[in-house]
Design a binder for this molecule. Sequence first.
Ligand SMILES: C[S@@+](CC[C@H](N)C(=O)[O-])C[C@H]1O[C@@H](n2cnc3c(N)ncnc32)[C@H](O)[C@@H]1O
Length: 223
Amino acid sequence: MRGRACGQAALDHPGRPAHNDLMMNDARRYAPSAARNRDAILKALTPYLPNYGRVLEVASGSGEHTMHFAAAHPRLMFQPSDPDPDGRASTDAWTRHLGLTNVEPAIELDVTQGSTPAIKADVVICINMIHIAPWSAIVGLMRSAAILLPPDGLLYLYGPYRRTGEHTAPSNAAFDADLKARNPAWGVRDLEAVVKLAADQCFSAPDIEAMPANNLSLFFRRH
Ligand SMILES: C[S@@+](CC[C@H](N)C(=O)[O-])C[C@H]1O[C@@H](n2cnc3c(N)ncnc32)[C@H](O)[C@@H]1O
């Protein structure tokens, strides 16, 4: 690894998702990026979480974030999801391995497909997805979150962003170039464009927290 956090770990494996980094001898996957950023994300996220309720994670990948957050918040019920069957198998294997009773089986959810899962959610979280998917995925994520969340429900996003048209670090610029070389529809998103889209979908202006390795946490509330 090159000392990058979160989705930037994908730089080490062009053409493959970060969560393929290391396979265990069962369905569980291990994403070094998740191990690096999960404590910082949990610390940032915790003050915004309700005491009780249901948390939908979009793009759970290996499932390690779900496990970490569910272990720390046993009164919340977590619903992981991902379009990738191997990711869902990993998540379910982690749930079994850890014996967590507040994690539902992972569901198939591709937010570009326009359908919203028939579940309840008080919180929607999405970590390191919107730069490694087409813009339609962000649109679908916001639309689904707007449908699922009650008034004041939380939408949490984590990842790298450009601000006022500029990258916030040379490493983010290099990561953006790498993403676009892999898929022209991918790339580090403009914070202002994401905030505008959220506003169009009935979300408040976000609280913004700077995170390690030039990432941001964005906390949106449903109107
Ligand atoms: C870089 S991985 C991040 C995984 C995990 N959140 C993490 O931070 O370790 C990106 C994830 O986005 C998922 N993904 C890509 N396109 C998606 C879409 N249209 N809808 C939902 N998830 C998507 C991939 O399957 C993958 O698990």
